[in-house]
Design a protein. Structure first.
Length: 449
């Protein structure tokens, strides 16, 4: 049921009459840093060979470099043309272009198809979630005696993404405060803490555990004075941005609300991590540009090989001011069962429509409607089965599927986590799109284990 041998070993051990592995997840559920999160945890971790995940991470980091080079490669550095090609309207483009290019920081989501990983989407931004849970879940599993014994026997390890991002924040904070620990404030959008407060408070606790002076607030809570931001009387060295473009554009005075952050960043008094240009490259239309055969000659043979190895067939479809390609529409209609439609500017599975779940008529209507606002169409990747022991007493194993999230910082690979659903759900695997989704930690192992 799985191509991963460590998963098979884990399940075999879990089914032994004397094994207590199946109850190890209780250490996660009662962990103080994880117990207040409103989501649910998978009953076991995911497993991956370390050489495989690090090799794919190297490819992802190279892809991020290609992604951020698109304006220069394809549009001679003209951001107006770049935004027009992506169908980004003027208000959003103005915010995204306000500061310079972003650092390579974020999370890439992918499936494992049983042979290799395939990229589903980039997340070049600081507001992507999971940095804390991805590291704390494996740490909590190791607190369970039965799991710790299994991990030691098979040489399991993990990388903590929150530690990696804490290291990055210290590095950028040193440009403002070279003689001490930086003050970091995570800023949500207006009213954002109502929906995401629990998540960011957990993140705050984890970051403080790594020694950072870390706080959580909303963008309207800070003021700029003499080129530096303040939260009340507290001077801020680094803003960890957790609001995105749509949250600001949807506010009547949105641009004025974030202008103090831009001014402080430009003055050098406070670093904005990451600038809103991250959202420019976060647009899924960028993947279509990388995949488009019209631009293939702009990449070296080696770069083309990376794109082919990592990215499924992807095409852009429409957008604001973009003429709809009728030939592409026809091609997508014919390949309905092999394609999935994703709105360009959203995340978390919002608005995603799998062609294989639609009738021909509904699929055609979805393509037409999505083309008016901008979307990508991507080749379906079928994830491998992740067998889960759901009832050890009767040796019941249930098939699940997982989407993996690979974290990266300017220093490279920063860890992995997963989200999973039973295969019978056959839908988008995401916390915001399906409440049955479970979050999983990831352990890596050596090929010699």
């Amino acid at each position: 049921m799985s191509t991963d041998r460590m998963t098979q070993l884990y399940n075999e051990t879990c089914l032994l009459p004397s094994s207590k592995l199946h109850s190890a997840v209780e250490a996660v559920e009662r962990n103080p840093l994880l117990s207040h999160w409103t989501g649910h945890y998978l009953s076991r971790p995911l497993f991956v060979e370390e050489r495989q995940i690090r090799g794919f991470a190297d490819d992802v980091v190279r892809m991020v470099g290609l992604l951020t080079s698109l304006p220069e490669r394809l549009f001679d550095g003209d951001l107006d043309r770049f935004c027009a090609a992506l169908g980004i309207d003027d208000r959003r483009a103005a915010l995204m272009r306000r500061l310079g290019p972003p650092p390579h920081n974020g999370r890439a989501d992918m499936y494992h198809d049983g042979t290799s990983f395939k990229l589903l989407e980039f997340g070049i931004a600081s507001e992507v979630g999971g940095w804390d849970r991805a590291g704390e879940i494996p740490r909590a599993f190791l607190e369970a005696d039965a799991f710790r014994a299994f991990a030691e026997e098979h040489g399991l390890g993990y990388t903590h993404p929150a530690k990696a991002v804490a290291d990055s924040l210290r590095q950028v904070g040193a440009t403002v405060r070279p003689d001490g620990e930086p003050v970091v404030v995570l800023l949500e959008g207006p009213g954002g803490l109502v929906d995401y407060g629990t998540t960011w408070r957990t993140f705050e606790s984890v970051m403080r555990g790594f020694g950072l002076d870390f706080h959580v607030a909303e963008v309207g809570d800070v003021q700029e004075r003499d080129g530096k931001l303040y939260l009340g009387s507290l001077p801020i060295d680094v803003v960890y941005r957790c609001f995105e473009t749509n949250q600001i554009v949807d506010e009547p005075d949105g641009p004025a609300l974030v202008e103090p952050l831009f001014r402080a960043h430009e003055a050098g008094g406070t670093v904005l991590w990451t600038p809103m240009s991250s959202n420019l490259f976060n647009d899924k239309g960028c993947m279509a540009l990388l995949s488009d055969p019209r631009y293939r000659h702009r990449f070296t043979t080696e770069e083309q090989a990376v794109i082919d190895r990592v990215l499924p067939w992807t095409r852009g479809l429409g957008g604001v001011g973009v003429t709809v390609d009728e030939e592409l529409i026809g091609h997508c209609r014919e390949r309905r069962e092999q394609l999935i439609l994703k709105p360009s500017g959203y995340f978390g599975g919002k608005g995603t429509i799998p062609g294989w779940e639609c009738s021909d008529e509904n699929w055609t209507n979805a393509l037409r409607e999505a083309a008016s606002s901008g979307c990508i169409v991507q080749e379906r990747v079928v994830p491998r089965t992740e067998p889960m022991v759901v009832n050890p007493s009767i040796r019941e194993i249930q098939p699940w599927q997982a989407v993996w999230g690979l974290f990266y910082t300017p220093d490279g690979y920063a860890g992995t986590y997963g989200r999973a659903l039973p295969t019978e759900n056959n839908g988008v695997i995401g916390i915001s799109s399906n409440k049955g989704t479970r979050t999983a930690g990831v352990f890596h192992y050596s090929s010699d284990s």
